[in-house]
Every structure is written in C-alpha cells, then in structure tokens.
Design a protein around this ligand. Structure first.
Ligand SMILES: *Cc1c(COP(=O)(O)O)cnc(C)c1O
Length: 456
C-alpha cells in the first residue's frame, strides 16, 4: 500500500511551494474576495479512513472550504475590531509552525528568551515600565482572565486567604467595579468563580462610556475599607471611550483596590502622539490587557498580559511537578498562564516589530484613526445618518433611518465591506472599526459611498 506520509515527506519542498503559491494567490485576490460570506449550509464529510496526502487535502480545501472563507484579512472588514496580518507577521506565523517550539518552558531552546524580548518591546511601546512583566496568551479574553485571576489572589491576600489553595469559597464575595466593561470581563468572572453578578456597573459620565470617577469613589467608599477589583476601560468597543486612569489611580490613596486595565485595542493610543494621553497612567495599573491580533496586525491568535505582581501570578498559575524544574529565578511560562504546552505566539509579534518598528506600527495606527475620522465626516453628509458619539479613535458608531440589521446584512451581501450592528444608549446602531494595516481613506470612501447608495 502507498505510504502517503512517506510520499509527502519526499515531496515536502514541492508541497510547500504549491501551498505558498496558493497563499500568494489568496492574498493577491483579497480585493476580489467578498469581504464577508454568509455561510452556506455545509454537511460534514465522513472521517477519512485513508488519507489523500497534502496535495489532495489542499485541492479539497480549495474546492470545499476556501470559497466560503471571508476576506476579513482585507481592508474593509470593519466588524468587531479586526486586524489583518502584516507580511512580516505572516512570515513569523509560518516559522512558528515550522519550528514548532513549545513555549512552555525555558529549557533546551531560546524560544522563551525570544518571548521575553518581545514582551519587553511591547511593554516599552505601550509606555509601561520594567515593573511590569508579561506573557503571551491567545486573546484579550484570556488576558483579562489572567489579570483578574491575579487580582482575585491579591484580594485573598488582603483578607488572609490563599485562593490558590483554599478556593474561592474561602474568599467570599468580591466587589468588581467597572464603567462599561467588555463582555469578556463577565465571562472571566464566571470562569473564576467570582460570578458575573460580582460586577457592579459604575455610572458613566453623561453621554459617555467612561466611568464617572465620583461615582466610583462613592462605590468604593460604600465598601467600608473592603478591598475591591476595579476594571478600568481603555477603549470601549462601541465608542472607544477611555476611563480617566490618573483620576482612578488617585483613589488608591484612600481605598484598597486592584486596578486591572482592559486596553485590548485602546492601548495602541500610546503610539499616536495626539492620543497617547488617553492611556496616561497605564504603567501604574496592577494588570493590563492588550490584544495583538487586533491592532498589531498579527494573525489569530495573540495577546499579551502584563502585571506588576508576578509573585502572585506564580501562586495562581504554578504547575509544579516532580519531573518539572523547581521555580526559581525567572519562572517558566507554564507557571504564568492557564496553558502548559503552548504555541510560541510571540514570534509573529517579534517579526512585525522587527520588520516595521515603532514608526511602522505608529503609521498603521494613525492611518486607521484618519480613516475612521474620514468615514465619520462622510457619513454625517448622508441624510438621516447620525453619529452616536464623536470619533474618538478608530471606531465610528452611527445610526441610520432604516433597520440597522437589514443595512448591515445589505453591506455584507454587497461583498464590499462588513460592519457589525450594536446597541448604544438604547439605540440600534452600526459600528465601523478600523485596525487593518491595509486600510486607507480610499477604503473609508468606498464604505461611505456604499452606505449612501444603500440608503437611497
Ligand atoms: C476584543 C476585546 C476583548 C476580547 O478580545 P478577544 O481577543 O476576542 O479575546 C476584550 N476587551 C476589549 C475591550 C476588546 O475590544
């Protein structure tokens, strides 16, 4: 019988060349590919008994699956907050699989040192100091989870309880205060056993998504000295509003709390000279979340979590075992995050930072901000379209005189762009979020033209 695996090994250079040629054609065709595709009902094929080899699998993928894949890596996919993949990040991704390093530990490979270097670069880029250490995780949800897990341990420490050993039952209720927390924060609280109901929403400023710091102070005062977790938001998804980090930090003189900052994409404001003040104070947060598959434009998945309390992080996440090296010096990564074995996610970020530097990434960030402002300005000239908030950074949040779900579907069906519906201040709305490295103001024009046409 033919040994498919042995044949593939013998033909590896040709197979990779074919795959590479196909990848190039996909990227070249990104502009013609529909930005979003409504998936056709697919019936699952049976588990293959005998394989068809890489060439066969590629042909089958091209035929059965690729046509339904979206052009989300392209410049006019403005749904959620979606980045693309820079050329260097893509090269880094290929090599991540090629080298297939297990980023869990520091023995036998320099991979962990590369992650350290990359975390250090990111820390500097986001204006954090050396008091922050960090690790790669799969996304901002995991980054929020890790930050809040360390915060939970800190609360335990304040109350003389080791949550890592005794469990959350020994801890009792933990107040978590936040203005307009991202849904992933609720998810993290559910996973952590603190419960979604632990989150006490803090009143926001009038017509804003930023927490009213006076209301936050009142909520902390009401806790009567009990320690809390405060989740500050640096870039909300609907209107990219920022909590006043300096004003929140000033409350630490009076009240004990762990400050976690969700800067999933808002952290990139640090790169724009006109917006860097929005994240002033980030360096003093206890834990910080920044996503990388959004505005850094690395492929899924990648994010970084930072904390100033690595000792507590190790208490939570340590994975001590007899055959594993004891924890001393710089901890292995499997003592820092939920995973043990893990992909070397740092390599994509390393490649794009090495290739384009801070200046290249600043250009990506400021170009996205310009495109958002451009779309915002164009939309206000379309009768009936109303911006629900000023364009503060890279998102345009607007409402239209027709049904927003129907309009977002029509935009998707056009193949020209993709926007996601939302509800802001009780009003059905649409969001256009800019974070792809390919996007220009010409793309914003195409989206504005399309919306204008669909509304007439
Ligand atoms: C996107 C986002 C998240 C969740 O990020 P994932 O990468 O999808 O896990 C959390 N917080 C904010 C503010 C976000 O924009």
């Amino acid at each position: 019988m033919r040994n498919v695996l042995a044949d593939d090994l013998a033909a590896l250079p040709e197979l990779l060349q074919t795959t590479r040629d196909y990848a190039v054609s996909v990227l070249k065709g990104l502009d013609e590919r529909p930005v979003a595709v409504t998936p056709a009902p697919a019936s699952a094929a049976p588990l293959p008994t005998d394989g068809i080899g890489t060439a066969g699998a590629l042909a089958e993928f091209q035929q059965r699956w690729a046509p339904g894949f979206s052009g989300s890596a392209g410049p006019r996919y403005l749904g959620f907050v979606t980045g693309g993949t820079t050329p260097a990040a893509l090269a880094g991704d290929w090599l991540t699989g090629t080298f297939d390093q297990n980023g869990s530990n520091r023995s036998g490979s320099s991979a962990a040192a590369l992650e350290d270097e990359t975390v250090g670069w990111l820390r500097e880029m986001f204006g954090l100091g050396t008091a922050h250490t960090g690790a790669f995780v799969s996304g901002a949800t995991m980054s929020n989870l890790v930050g809040l897990a360390i915060g939970r341990e800190w609360i335990g420490q304040q109350r003389g309880v080791s949550v890592a050993r005794q469990g959350v039952a020994a801890l009792g209720e933990v107040p978590v205060l936040s203005g307009a927390a991202h849904s992933s924060v609720y998810k993290a609280l559910s996973i952590l056993g603190l419960g979604r109901d632990a989150l006490q929403p803090v009143r926001t400023l009038p017509d804003r998504e930023a927490a009213d710091v006076t209301a936050l102070a009142e909520a902390l005062e009401a806790l009567d000295g009990r320690p809390a977790i405060v989740v500050a938001n640096a870039g909300t998804v609907n209107t990219v509003d920022f909590d006043d980090l300096r004003a929140i930090l000033a409350l630490r003189d009076r009240y004990p709390f762990w400050l976690h900052v969700d800067a999933a994409f808002g952290g990139f404001a640090a790169l724009s000279p006109a917006h860097a003040h929005l994240v002033d104070g980030l360096a003093e947060a206890d834990s910080v979340c920044v996503d990388l598959h959004k505005w850094l434009n690395v492929p899924y998945d990648g994010a970084v979590q930072f904390t100033r309390h690595r000792d507590l992080q190790v208490t939570v996440f340590q994975n001590a075992a007899a055959y594993l090296p004891p924890i001393s010096g710089t901890p292995d990564f499997f003592h820092l995050t939920p995973e043990n074995s893990r992909r070397l996610r740092a390599l994509t970020a390393w490649f794009t930072l090495a290739a384009y530097g801070v200046s290249g990434h600043r250009e990506i960030v400021t170009r996205a901000i310009d495109a958002a402002h451009h779309l915002g300005a164009r939309l206000t000239t379309i009768p009936g379209v109303q911006l629900l908030a000023p364009v503060r950074l890279n998102v345009v949040c607007f409402t239209v005189p027709t049904d927003v779900t129907a309009l977002s579907q029509a935009v998707a069906d056009s193949g020209e762009a993709f926007l996601t519906p939302t509800v802001y201040q009780g009003k059905p709305a649409l969001r256009a979020a800019f974070s792809n490295w390919r996007t220009t103001t010409a793309d914003a024009d195409r989206v504005a033209d399309l919306i204008g046409k669909l509304l007439t």
